[in-house]
Design a protein around this ligand. Structure first.
Ligand code: URA
Ligand code: SF4
Length: 222
């Protein structure tokens, strides 16, 4: 369905981002955000979670059905795949910071009890950007892993393609201004793509191989 929201209804999240940054302040403030219309159909905003002193930040797309209900990122099936892959390459899920490009669940229609995920548009990603910027300022990660196309496009722009970029260490782009840019970025497939793949096993192995490149970059992989 086309987006019929008028631009003035999408002022962007900037005005809701608090001055004093902490996980708590971000989480609380995001509940009030009206930066775009996605808050209307979601249960709550899902801010990132994990260690604020993490070396590694993982960036997904948007909360899913489970995340929307529980208020935590990557607690559903995709998160399970991701955690398993992280552990396999020696990265403890407890050591990272994990978040999404968009903080409210966008969905359209239902299948049984489950609401059907709809990817956020570029306008939603842009509107929600100030939250991600704030998280980058708070966590100041050394490395960032981009999970899938939406995260890739949010950082590198519309021309980004996961298939062409995955598994290679890249620089943080100058076009995305942050106070202390991460030293490196690595893109990989989204863990939910593993769940959808015809050959799940090889899709999973691909995710693990990419994450291994990130693990090798970390100074002290656990
Ligand atoms: N997919 C995402 O991109 N993020 C989540 O938090 C869950 C599923
Ligand atoms: Fe604000 Fe982002 Fe939610 Fe839109 S999706 S209301 S910008 S937190």
């Amino acid at each position: 369905m086309p987006d019929r929201t008028r631009p003035q209804e999408r002022p962007g999240a900037g005005a809701w981002v608090p001055q004093s940054l902490s996980l708590r302040s971000l989480r609380q403030a995001a509940q009030e955000c009206r930066g775009c219309e996605l808050y209307r159909d979601a249960t709550q905003a899902v801010m990132g979670d994990g260690r604020v002193d993490a070396e590694l930040m993982l960036l997904g797309e948007q909360p899913g059905d489970r995340e929307d209900r529980e208020g935590e990122p990557f607690v559903g099936p995709a998160g399970k795949v991701l955690d398993e892959a992280l552990v396999e390459v020696g990265i403890s899920p407890a050591e990272v910071y994990i978040t999404n490009v968009v903080k409210h669940f966008r969905w359209s229609g239902t299948r049984g009890k489950q609401r059907i995920h709809q990817s956020p548009s570029r306008a939603h990603v842009a509107a929600c950007g100030p939250w991600l910027e704030a998280e980058l300022r708070l966590v100041r990660p050394t490395g960032v892993v981009l999970l899938g196309g939406t995260a890739g496009k949010a950082v590198y722009g519309a021309g980004f393609r996961v298939g062409e970029s995955r598994g290679r260490v890249r620089d943080w782009p100058a076009s995305f201004a942050v106070a202390r840019p991460p030293a490196w970025v690595l893109a990989t497939t989204h863990p939910s793509a593993v769940l959808r793949a015809e050959d799940r096993r090889s899709a999973y192995e691909g995710l693990v191989a990419d994450l291994r490149v990130a693990a090798d970059r970390l100074i002290s992989p656990t």
